[in-house]
Write a protein that binds this ligand. Structure first.
Ligand SMILES: NC(=O)c1ccc[n+]([C@@H]2O[C@H](COP(=O)([O-])OP(=O)(O)OC[C@H]3O[C@@H](n4cnc5c(N)ncnc54)[C@H](O)[C@@H]3O)[C@@H](O)[C@H]2O)c1
Length: 389
C-alpha cells in the first residue's frame, strides 16, 4: 500500500539522477541555474544537434508594431473550423478583406446565411461554407476535400470549440443525489469537440499541407487554446482539461524536428474571456464590470500568424521566414503576451534525449548505410558515455 508522508524532505538532485523539470508553461531556467550540481548534471546529457532551430520553433516572434502585410494573401486558402461565430467569424471577415480565400467548416445550421453575410461585410466572394461536425472524422475529410476543390489548402485554423456543456461534478455538494444508485455516466461532449475534433483537424492538416499543390508556399496551422490551457477555470473541469490537452498536443508538435521540405508553421493562441456565444450567461454576469478581451485582438493575432511573415528580416536584412512554435495569450485592452511553453535550454532529460534522437535521424537521412552505421555507433557512445563538461 502506498503511503503519503508530507513531512519527508522533498526529493533533491542527490536523490534522483536527473531532475525532471517541468517542460511546460513557464521558464524555470533560473531555478535550475541556481542549483549548480543539477545544472552541471543536466549539461552533461548528450545534446546531439540539440538546437531550437532544428525543432519546429522560430527564434523570432510576432511584431505587433508592424502593419499586417498586404502581400501574398491571394495565394492563401485558409480552412477554419467554427468560423460562423465569435472569434472564427471575425477572423474569416478579416482574412477575406485581405484577399485570402476562406473555407469555413462549422456545424451551424444557418452556416450558408452567415457566410452570405460575411461575404457582404468583407466585400469578398471568396468565402465558402461546408457544414461539418468536427467530432466526425469522415465529415472532416469531406471538409478538406471540399476545400481542395476550390484550391490547395495553405493554412488551417483549428478554432471550433464549445464550453463546459455538461456537468460531471455535482453542484455545490459532494453528496450523491441518490445514495442507493451509482452516478450517471459523464457526458464528454466538451472533450469530444475540443480535443478529438481538434486532433482530427490537425491530423488532416498535416496531410493536406504536404500535398504537391502547396510545395514552395508558406503553410501554417494555428491552434486555438485558451488562458485555461495554463490556468485553472473554476467549475469548468472538462473545458479546462480540453484546453490543457490541446496545449500539450501543440507542445508535442513543436518538439518535432523542423521539416525543411514541409516547413509547416504551428502556433498557439490562448485568449482570455471574449464576449462570444461560447460564454454561458452566468459567466457573463460573474464577469460584469471586468474588462474582456476583444474579439478583434484575437482575430488580429490569428491573422498575423497566418501571414507568412515574408516581411520578417534578421539584423543583416536576410529573410527569416514566418513565426512558428510560438504561443500568445490575448488579454484585455488589446494586449497580447507571448507565453513560454517550452524552456528549451532546460528541457527535461527525457525530452532532450527524444529530441536529440529525432534530430539525429533527420541528420542521417539520405546518407549511405556505412556512414549511418558509423554515426549510430557514435551516437550510442555519446549516450552511454556523455562528454565531460
Ligand atoms: N470566447 C472566449 O471567451 C474564449 C476564450 C478562450 C478560448 N476560446 C476558444 O476560441 C474558439 C472559438 O470560440 P468562440 O468564443 O468564437 O465561440 P463561439 O461559440 O462564438 O464560436 C464557436 C464556433 O464553433 C462552432 N462549433 C461548435 N461545435 C462544433 C462542432 N462540433 N463542429 C463544428 N463546429 C462547431 C460553433 O457553431 C461556432 O460557430 C474556441 O476554441 C474556444 O474554446 C474562446
Amino acid at each position: 500500500m502506498t503511503s503519503f508522508n508530507n513531512e519527508k524532505e522533498p526529493l533533491t538532485g542527490a536523490d534522483i539522477p536527473f531532475i525532471p523539470t517541468l517542460s511546460s508553461t513557464f521558464p524555470i531556467e533560473a531555478d535550475i541555474k541556481n542549483k549548480p550540481e543539477e545544472y552541471a548534471e543536466f549539461q552533461k546529457l548528450p545534446g546531439y544537434a540539440f538546437d531550437p532551430e532544428t525543432v519546429n520553433r522560430s527564434k523570432h516572434t510576432l511584431d505587433f508594431t508592424k502593419p499586417i502585410s498586404k502581400h501574398g494573401w491571394s495565394e492563401k486558402l485558409v480552412l477554419i473550423t467554427g468560423g460562423c461565430n465569435g472569434i472564427g467569424r471575425k477572423t474569416v471577415v478579416d482574412l477575406a478583406q485581405l484577399g485570402a480565400t476562406v473555407v469555413v467548416g462549422d456545424i451551424a445550421k444557418d452556416g450558408e446565411d452567415v457566410v452570405a453575410q460575411m461575404r457582404e461585410e468583407s466585400g469578398s466572394d471568396k468565402i465558402h461554407f461546408h457544414r461539418c461536425d468536427v467530432t466526425d472524422y469522415d465529415a472532416q475529410i469531406a471538409l478538406f476535400e471540399f476545400a481542395q476543390t476550390i484550391g490547395s489548402v495553405t493554412s488551417v485554423v483549428v478554432n471550433a470549440g464549445v464550453s463546459e456543456l455538461h456537468k460531471f461534478l455535482p453542484p455545490f455538494t459532494t453528496q450523491p443525489s441518490d445514495p442507493s444508485a451509482p452516478p450517471t455516466k459523464p457526458n464528454l461532449q466538451t472533450l469530444d469537440v475540443n480535443i478529438n475534433g481538434a486532433v482530427y483537424t490537425i491530423q488532416l492538416a498535416l496531410h493536406y499541407l504536404r500535398l504537391p499543390g502547396v510545395f514552395n508556399q508558406d503553410r501554417s496551422i494555428t491552434i486555438l487554446g485558451s488562458v485555461s490551457s495554463f490556468l485553472h477555470m473554476p467549475r469548468a473541469p472538462l473545458y479546462s482539461a480540453s484546453k490543457h490537452a490541446i496545449k500539450a498536443i501543440f507542445t508535442e508538435l513543436i518538439l518535432m524536428p523542423f521539416d525543411k521540405a514541409h516547413p509547416i508553421r504551428i502556433n498557439f493562441v490562448a485568449p482570455y474571456f471574449v464576449g462570444t456565444k461560447i460564454l454561458p450567461p452566468t459567466v457573463i454576469i460573474l464577469l460584469a464590470g471586468r474588462p474582456l478581451t476583444k474579439v478583434e485582438t484575437v482575430a488580429e493575432t490569428i491573422v498575423r500568424l497566418v501571414d507568412d511573415g515574408s516581411g520578417a528580416v534578421d539584423a543583416d536584412g536576410k529573410r527569416i521566414g514566418g513565426v512558428r512554435g510560438r504561443a500568445f495569450a490575448c488579454c484585455p485592452e488589446g494586449v497580447v503576451k507571448e507565453v513560454e511553453v517550452m524552456e528549451w535550454g532546460v528541457s527535461e532529460a527525457f525530452s532532450k534525449r527524444v529530441i536529440s534522437l529525432l534530430n539525429f535521424a533527420a541528420h542521417c537521412a539520405g546518407k549511405e548505410k556505412l556512414e549511418i552505421a558509423k554515426e549510430v555507433a557514435g551516437y550510442v557512445w555519446s549516450l552511454v558515455w556523455p562528454a565531460k563538461s
